[in-house]
Design a protein around this ligand. Structure first.
Ligand code: FBP
Length: 551
C-alpha cells in the first residue's frame, strides 16, 4: 500500500516520555500515598466497591522493581468515540510490556467492549503496532459503545479473560467506560481472581478531567483541527464579506471544544451551553444574542460573521431540556409502541398523550426536520444523539425570521445570508498532534507500569502537561476517587462525574472578557494546520484551555 510522505515521517516519530519512564524499567517503581475518598456519596460507593474503594494514589518513581520483568498477558479495549492518539496508547502499552519481558503478549479486543464479552481478539505483533504508530483513528482494533452491565456480560468478560490467561485488561475510554473499568476491577476481585483492570482517559470532548487528570487525550488534536477549519472559514467570510457561518462543534454535553476553538479563533459569537443553562436562557434569548451581533455588524456594513455552537446546546436550553427529558422518559417506557408509528404526524399524535402541554407545543412548533431529529433512536445510554440534531440550522432559521421582523420594523437594514456547518467527525481521527502523540504514548506506558506493579481499579495519569514532556509526572489514580452517584434510568448508579465548563474558570473568563469586542469587530485568528515538525513553540504547545487552567 502506498503511504504518504508525512505518514512515513510520523511512523518514525519517537514520542517523548516523562523522564521517569525513559529510565531502565527495573529501576522504576510505584509508591503509594494515603487512602483516598470520593468527592461525594462515599457511603454508597463503599457498598458498590467493597474491595477497591479508597485506594491510595500511585506515583511512579525511581526504585527497584522485581515485578517489571515478569511475563504478562494483557488485553486492551478502545471504547466509545474515536479520539486522536488511541493507537499511541496501545503502542506505549505494548512497548512497555515488551520492554519488561519480550515474551509478554498483548491482545486487542475487537469492536470495543463487545470484543471482551464475545472473545473476539487480535494478537498484536511488532509489525501490526509499527503500522499504527502516531496515526489517528481506532482502526487497529475498532471501537464500540457496548456497556458491560448485565450479570451475563460481566460473567462472559471474566470467562474471556480467563480463557486468554490475562493478567490485566486496559480500557481506553471516557467517563462511562472508565466507570465500567472500575466495576469490572471490583467484579474480578469479588470473583476471586487477580485479573487487574486499568483505565485510560480518552475523549475529544475534554470532559473527563479533574485535579489528577489534567485533560483527556484527543481533545488537543481535535480542537486544533476544528480551529484550523474555523480559521479558514473566518478568512473566507472576511474575504467575501457576504455570509454568516454557523458552525456546530462536537462535544456531547460539555462546551470545552467550542470554548477552546473560540479562544483560538475569536469568532463573533460563541455560545457556551453551561452559561445558557446557568442563565436559564430560552431559545428566543439565545437567538437574540446572535441577532444583536448580526444587527450591530450590519450597522457598520459587515454582513458576515462566524458563530460557534456547541453540539449539546439544545439540552441546556431549559424548555428544550424539559422536552428532551420527557421524550427520553416516554421512549424508555413506550419505545416499542412508538417505533411502530410510521409517519411523523402519527408520532406526534402518539406523543400528545404523554408530553406536558408546553413540551408538546414546543415540539409541534419546531421546524419539522429538527422535531424529527429529536425523535430519532436514543444511544445505548438512553440519551438523544445530539450530533444528529441540526442545531445550527434551527438557529439559522430562527435568526432569519427575527431579522426579517426587525427589517419590517425598520430596525435592520442589512442582508442576512448564511451557511451551516458541523465539525465533528473531521477531527476525531486526525493524526495526533505531537502533544497527543506524546501524551498517549506516556499514558499507555504508565498503564503498563501500573499493571506490573499489581494495581487494579486505577486510571493511568500523566500530569504537569504544560511543562515539557521530560517533566511530566506519571502515576495512577484510583477510579473510585473520581466517582459519585447519579440517577440513570431512574436508578442511582456510581459514575465518574463529567467535567463541564466552569463559568468561574480562567478559560471561560478569558473568553467572556473579550466576547463583546469579538461580537462587533472582525478580529479573527487563523491558527492554520497542526505542525508536526519545527520549533517547539509551534509544534508542542497544548490547548489554551489547559494553559489557562494551569496558569
Ligand atoms: P466519547 O465520549 O465516547 O469520547 O465520544 C464523544 C463523541 O465524539 C461526542 O462528541 C459525540 O456526541 C459522540 O461521540 C458521537 O457519537 P457517535 O460516534 O456514536 O456518532
Amino acid at each position: 500500500m502506498e503511504i504518504s510522505i508525512l505518514q512515513k515521517a510520523r511512523y518514525a516519530y519517537k514520542p517523548k516520555l516523562p523522564a521517569i519512564l525513559a529510565e531502565e524499567l527495573e529501576h522504576v517503581t510505584v509508591t503509594l500515598g494515603e487512602p483516598t475518598e470520593a468527592p461525594a456519596d462515599q457511603g454508597d460507593l463503599k457498598l458498590y466497591f467493597r474491595c477497591t474503594y479508597g485506594k491510595p494514589i500511585a506515583l511512579i518513581e525511581k526504585g527497584e522493581n522485581e515485578n517489571i520483568g515478569k511475563k504478562l498477558a494483557v488485553g486492551v479495549i478502545l471504547s466509545g468515540g474515536q479520539a486522536p492518539g488511541g493507537h499511541n496508547v496501545i503502542a506505549g502499552l505494548y512497548d512497555g510490556l515488551k520492554k519488561g519481558c519480550r515474551d509478554s503478549v498483548m491482545y486487542g479486543f475487537l469492536g470495543g467492549p463487545s470484543g471482551l464479552i464475545e472473545n473476539k481478539t487480535l494478537r498484536f505483533t511488532d509489525a501490526i503496532i509499527d503500522e499504527y504508530r502516531n496515526t489517528g483513528g481506532f482502526d487497529i482494533i475498532g471501537s464500540g459503545r457496548t456497556k458491560i452491565e448485565t450479570p451475563d456480560q460481566f460473567a462472559a468478560s471474566l470467562e474471556t479473560a480467563k480463557k486468554l490467561g490475562l493478567n490485566a485488561v486496559v480500557i481506553i475510554g471516557g467517563d462511562d467506560s472508565n466507570t465500567n473499568a472500575a466495576l469490572l476491577a471490583e467484579y474480578f476481585i469479588e470473583r476471586g481472581t487477580e485479573i487487574q483492570v486499568i483505565g485510560c482517559p480518552k475523549t475529544i470532548d475534554g470532559d473527563l478531567k479533574n485535579e489528577h487528570i489534567e485533560t483527556s487525550f484527543g481533545f488537543d488534536t481535535a480542537v486544533k483541527t476544528y480551529s484550523e477549519l474555523i480559521g479558514n472559514i473566518a478568512r473566507d467570510a472576511n474575504s467575501a464579506k457576504k455570509y454568516w457561518h454557523f458552525i456546530k462543534l462536537m462535544g456531547r454535553s460539555a462546551s470545552h471544544i467550542t470554548l477552546e476553538a473560540a479562544l483560538q479563533t475569536h469568532p463573533n459569537i460563541c455560545l457556551i451551553s453551561e452559561e445558557v443553562e446557568y442563565r436559564k436562557q430560552s431559545l428566543a434569548a439565545v437567538v437574540e444574542t446572535i441577532v444583536s451581533s448580526v444587527v450591530k455588524r450590519a450597522g457598520q456594513g459587515d454582513n458576515f460573521g462566524v458563530a460557534l455552537i456547541p453540539e449539546g446546546l439544545i439540552e441546556f436550553i431549559p424548555e428544550m431540556k424539559k422536552l428532551i427529558e420527557e421524550l427520553n422518559d416516554t421512549m424508555s417506557v413506550y419505545g416499542t409502541e412508538f417505533a411502530k408509528k410510521d409517519s411523523f404526524i402519527e408520532r406526534l399524535y402518539f406523543l400528545d398523550q404523554y408530553l406536558s402541554e408546553p413540551s408538546y407545543t414546543l415540539l409541534k412548533n419546531l421546524p419539522t426536520e429538527i422535531a424529527e431529529q429529536l425523535l430519532l433512536d436514543r444511544d445505548p445510554h438512553g440519551n438523544v444523539q445530539v450530533s444528529r440534531i441540526d442545531t445550527e440550522k434551527l438557529l439559522i432559521s430562527m435568526v432569519e425570521k427575527r431579522v426579517e421582523q426587525l427589517k419590517a420594523e425598520g430596525k435592520y437594514k442589512g442582508k442576512f445570508s448564511s451557511y451551516g456547518h458541523f465539525f465533528g467527525y473531521e477531527g476525531r481521527c486526525a493524526a495526533p498532534s505531537n502533544f497527543d502523540a506524546d501524551y498517549c504514548y506516556s499514558l499507555g506506558y504508565t498503564a503498563f507500569i501500573l499493571i506490573a506493579s499489581g494495581l487494579t481499579g486505577y486510571i493511568s495519569s500523566v500530569k504537569n502537561l504544560t511543562a515539557p514532556a521530560h517533566d511530566w509526572i506519571a502515576g495512577g489514580i484510583p477510579l473510585t476517587m473520581m466517582m459519585n452517584m447519579e440517577q440513570r434510568h431512574g436508578v442511582k448508579k456510581p459514575v465518574i462525574k463529567k467535567a463541564l465548563v466552569e463559568l468561574d474558570g480562567k478559560p471561560f473568563k478569558t473568553f467572556a472578557a473579550a466576547r463583546e469586542t469579538w461580537a462587533v469587530k472582525t478580529c479573527y485568528q487563523y491558527p492554520g494546520a497542526i505542525q508536526y515538525f519545527g520549533p517547539s513553540e509551534v509544534c508542542n504547545q497544548t490547548t489554551m484551555t489547559l494553559r489557562l487552567e494551569k496558569s
